[in-house]
Design a protein around this ligand. Structure first.
Ligand code: NAD
Length: 329
């Protein structure tokens, strides 16, 4: 690897480290007062019957944040329709929900495809009669296929890199999924909600990368800013029809996506790339937690389901930083 490429990898590594909180952290001044860690919401907690009778579509529900949200939505009474391009894991989430006594359907979906997005909604209507809300969560951090194990040498050209080093393939893959896929899936949901004429709620998934810049991640940052732009645009277009649209924007949350970031950073370190650190690396809550814990998927599901529920009746067009205070400083 030449010196230039090394530099690009360093900035990328800083960002990925920041996502998973591996570098040195700022510590709070000793004040004499007792410090406390904040315990994450229990994975079994739910608001009984809050979504009773609702039909909620979840893209990217095979694993990670989407999976947890689908499971909790079903516990709260919703019928859940999961769309994902990982068939085995998507089926497994749906089965898990049904085994718990909930209602769930999996539809193999690639959100880059208009046909797939339309079929996802058509299958939801066929099975459960309607759609009330959607979590548009499917997304990628880099240009690799979600199901592929991390392989630095094979995937090098698809991994995040500074703009002057980034490949077309990396850019196109990330934009096709995060931007075009979110647009297409939102369009299919919106058409159905308009047809039904009873309003509804949509939550999109941005990231801290949708609210701030992050070094070495041009496609992810641009794509997540676009998700937030789409969210605001849709909120304006659909407010007259009683359809609310908001986004959640998380910092590091424990999922297969962050596992992959972790593997990437480990590999970069192994290859002896120096100079990491110096950038902001943790959210306020991670920084102050004795174990520097990341957010849990259940913490994300809490906010998402609140936004999909009637409790959020006055909220639309907002980009919620569900980021443990990352963007507060
Ligand atoms: N985990 C984090 O720290 C973090 C931070 C900020 C934002 N996010 C965002 O949260 C969302 C969920 O991520 P996660 O962390 O749970 O990651 P994940 O990789 O575990 O889950 C993402 C899911 O989306 C699916 N998906 C990706 N491309 C798809 C496509 N073209 N069609 C259908 N399904 C597709 C994947 O198969 C996977 O099931 C993503 O949009 C991600 O960008 C995550």
């Amino acid at each position: 690897m030449n010196a230039q490429t090394k530099k690009f990898r360093i900035s990328t590594a800083v960002v990925l480290l920041s996502l998973i909180g591996l570098t040195e952290t700022l510590t709070a001044q000793e004040s004499g007062y007792k410090k406390n860690d904040i315990q994450p919401i229990d994975s079994t907690y739910f608001a009984k019957d809050r979504l009773k009778g609702r039909v909620i579509v979840v893209t990217g529900g095979a694993r990670g944040i989407g999976r947890a949200t689908a499971i909790r939505a079903a516990r709260e009474g919703a019928a859940v329709v999961i769309g994902d391009w990982l068939a085995a894991q998507g089926e497994s989430t749906a089965k898990y929900i049904r085994n718990e006594g909930g209602k769930a359907l999996f539809v193999k979906t690639d959100i880059r495809s208009t046909e797939d997005c339309n079929r996802l909604i058509a299958e939801a209507v066929k099975m459960f009669g309607k759609v009330d809300g959607a979590l548009l969560n499917a997304g990628v951090m880099d240009g690799t296929f979600s199901g592929d194990p991390f392989d630095y040498d094979k995937q090098f050209k698809l991994l995040p890199a500074r703009m002057d080093e980034a490949t077309d393939e990396y850019w196109n893959n990330v934009m096709d999924i995060n931007v075009t896929g979110t647009f297409k899936s939102m369009r299919s949901v919106a058409k159905q909600l308009l047809k039904q004429g009873k309003g509804g709620a949509i939550v999109t998934v941005g990231s801290i990368a949708g609210l701030t810049g992050l070094a070495g991640n041009p496609a992810y940052v641009a794509s997540k800013h676009a998700v937030n732009g789409l969210t605001r645009n849709a909120a304006i277009d659909y407010a007259p029809f009683g359809i609310r649209v908001n986004s959640v924007n998380m910092a590091a949350t424990t999922t297969p996506m962050t596992d992959k970031a972790f593997a990437y950073v480990k590999e970069v370190k192994k290859r002896g790339i120096p100079g990491m650190g110096g950038a902001k690396t943790e959210s306020l809550l991670m920084m102050n937690d004795t174990k520097h814990r990341m957010a849990t998927v259940w913490e994300q599901a809490s906010v998402i389901l609140f936004l999909l529920s009637d409790e959020a009746s006055n909220l639309t067009g907002a980009l919620y930083p569900t980021d443990g205070g990352w963007t507060a400083y």
